[in-house]
Design a protein around this ligand. Structure first.
Ligand code: NAG
Ligand code: NAG
Ligand code: NAG
Ligand code: NAG
Ligand code: NAG
Length: 579
């Protein structure tokens, strides 16, 4: 492994780069990569969040964890012993302080971005303002339009324009005169092989993910909703106060399984968590406030129309949730339309130190992953904005520092050159917003969950984090989601060992009040949106720690396994009750 380590470091590490660095908790000395530079206080951690960038003409490639073996030994020596070495003093630059510019500039840029965000101006490719792009923010308006386009059939096509091309690139391909290109495009679309919400290759997802997502979409979007053959299942989301947001989703996953098995189009109805002033118009009290709806508007309309016809009920064309027992919903049979792909799931989970190859509910785990992925396939403009706000609060300052450091402290765009914008519009528009990677997602649930499962101490979660870091030494950022103030307080104990914690700022549960009381105290909007944002942020992470005994973590795990992150693995402090 050591031999390969050198190849990654293709370029000279210059002392100048140190000015952009952030300090390491420990000192490392690296001797003789290509031309023998010894650095104390390495800037690798900084690099991992930059990805790849250029500095004074020297290009640095992202250096991943695998490249540098790590230990607490202050002197790690790599490479030829005869290479000459040079020592650079460790700089006193703890992460968080500015490396290039004064605080005023950072706050100025940060608050300009805040204003743009507040005014719903696109802060990414803002044309209204000449400040530098905000790398951590997304253009929600155009993203929403694109999602809508990718969720809608054109004419009598079987599928929406899902092709081998990503994002808006298809729009460009469409106007092309190239016949061969167009043939490929039509061929692709007619097969629907690439549901665009699935990232990663087939090996990086649960078996058959792409096929299942495509088929579920097709099932939920019949060509003609008025066809008398089309049957419906109309279901409200669970709304008893005891049901957490995760349990509501898990319940709907069960109902989707019933709908698929009985060849009914699932139409979700009243969603209490969207019954607030933030969700306006037709998205009020509906899942469609947060994600594109599970079926088309025509089918929704048709189902609601049929609900008024006694005959439709009598003939069983329409059914509702109340027609099913809770056993059918919660412990029903997983659809067999795709055989039994769960029987060959590969183990990627470690529970309390053991690698779990098999458990009793492999089918449910596979199905819930598919169902939650389908339901959340396309976030709405509204959700995108919530995510922008959350990322800005958590990473905005860091992003501003980074951007300023990269531009010599100049926070205005250079408006002198105007290159052709196509690549921005068609290619770069598809980028994912920046977050400080690698990022570890950690969900710590305590409090009243004790009645369902053995509650595990925060210390245990941090032990697992250290376990991951031993393997991936560049890891330092943790996205922590928890309801418990006491967990947030405990994070202070770990910052000295180099951990950076990020979390949303919300009033947290103190002492032993019940979850329902706590949620009520936040109000409906906050108590929905704060966990939702945490959930979506968690699914963006590179590493995962949680408690699979909790539905919430189970769903995050499902998103991992259908989001191209099977190989990220999952460390759990406990297992599901039913395994
Ligand atoms: C955002 O807008 C609201 C009113 O629309 C205002 O009260 C708030 O101060 C603004 N926040 C920022 C950061 O500009
Ligand atoms: C789809 O519509 C086009 C005309 O818009 C027609 O030529 C074609 O035959 C139709 N295909 C099917 C399968 O109905
Ligand atoms: C479903 O429940 C409704 C009442 O909620 C009832 O009228 C209808 O007959 C039931 N359908 C079936 C197929 O059991
Ligand atoms: C984890 O394993 C240890 C023994 O290896 C055992 O003592 C402990 O109870 C286990 N914890 C859980 C939560 O299962
Ligand atoms: C909360 O804790 C207090 C003591 O710490 C205990 O007396 C009380 O019964 C607890 N309440 C609940 C709902 O568990």
């Amino acid at each position: 492994m050591e031999a390969e380590d050198h190849k990654g470091l293709e370029r000279v590490l210059s002392q100048k780069a140190l000015s952009m660095s952030s300090s390491f908790p420990c000192q490392i000395c690296v001797v003789g990569f290509l031309c023998g530079v010894c650095l104390t206080s390495l800037f690798l951690a900084g690099l991992t969040s930059f990805g790849r960038f250029e500095f004074d003409g020297i290009q640095f490639h992202q250096i991943s964890a695998a490249i540098l073996p790590w230990s607490s030994n202050p002197q790690i020596t790599l490479g030829d012993s005869d290479s000459k070495s040079r020592t650079v003093e460790k700089e006193e630059n703890p992460r968080g302080t500015n490396l290039c510019c004064d605080d005023d500039k950072v706050s100025m840029l940060y608050s300009t971005w805040s204003t743009l965000l507040n005014e719903s101006v696109d802060p990414w490719t803002n044309t209204k303002s000449s400040v530098l792009n905000a790398p951590h923010l997304e253009n929600c308006k155009s993203k929403a339009l694109m999602n809508k386009r990718l969720d809608t059939r054109v004419g009598n096509a079987t599928f929406p324009p899902w092709t081998l091309w990503k994002g808006s690139l298809d729009v460009y391909a469409k106007v092309s005169e190239d016949e061969q290109l167009n043939d490929f495009r039509h061929q692709d679309i007619s097969q629907g092989a690439y549901p665009p919400w699935i990232s990663g290759s087939d090996e990086e997802n649960y078996p058959l993910t792409r096929k299942v997502q495509r088929d579920v979409w097709l099932h939920q979007h019949p060509l003609n909703c008025h066809d008398p053959q089309v049957k419906f299942l109309v279901a409200d989301w669970e709304r008893l106060p005891g049901f957490g947001i995760g349990a509501q989703i898990a319940g709907m996953c069960g109902i989707l399984a019933l709908a698929i098995s009985e060849k009914r189009v699932l139409v979700t109805n009243y969603y209490n968590r969207a019954d607030h002033e933030g969700c306006e118009g037709s998205s009020h009290a509906s899942w469609s406030c947060y994600f594109l709806p599970e079926t088309s508007q025509e089918c929704r309309d048709r189902a609601f129309e049929l609900m008024n016809h006694k005959e439709a009920w009598d003939k069983g064309i329409i059914k509702e949730k109340e027609n099913y027992t809770s056993k059918e919903i919660w412990a029903g049979r997983t659809p067999r339309n795709w055989g039994a792909p769960w029987s060959y799931l590969q183990p990627t989970t470690e529970i309390n130190g053991s690698f779990v190859a098999f458990h009793r509910k492999m089918d449910r785990r596979w199905w819930r992953a598919q169902a939650v992925r389908y339901l959340m396939r396309f976030p709405t403009d509204y959700t995108c904005h919530l995510m922008n706000v959350a990322r800005h609060a958590a990473f905005g300052k860091e992003a501003a520092e980074m951007v300023l450091a990269n531009s010599n402290g100049d926070w205005l765009k250079d408006e002198t050159d105007h290159p052709a914008p196509e690549i921005e519009k068609y290619v770069w528009s598809n980028r994912k917003p920046w977050i400080p990677r690698p990022l570890l997602s950690m969900h710590v649930r305590m409090g009243d969950k004790a009645c369902e499962m053995k509650v595990v101490e925060f210390k245990e979660y941090m032990r697992l984090a250290e376990r991951i870091r031993k393997q991936f030494p560049d890891l330092r950022s943790i996205w922590l989601s928890t309801e418990m103030q006491q967990v947030i307080d405990l994070t202070k104990l770990y910052t000295s060992s180099g951990w950076n914690f990020y979390f949303t700022n919300v009033k947290r549960q103190v002492s032993n009040i019940t979850m329902a009381t706590y949620e009520a105290s936040l109000g409906r909007k906050t108590s929905t949106e704060y966990p939702l944002v945490n959930f979506l942020m968690a699914t963006e992470a590179d590493f995962f720690i949680g408690a699979l005994g909790s539905t919430w973590c189970f769903l995050i795990d499902g998103m991992r396994n259908t989001g191209g992150k099977v190989m990220a693995g999952y460390l759990s402090v406990n297992k599901d009750r039913f395994w």
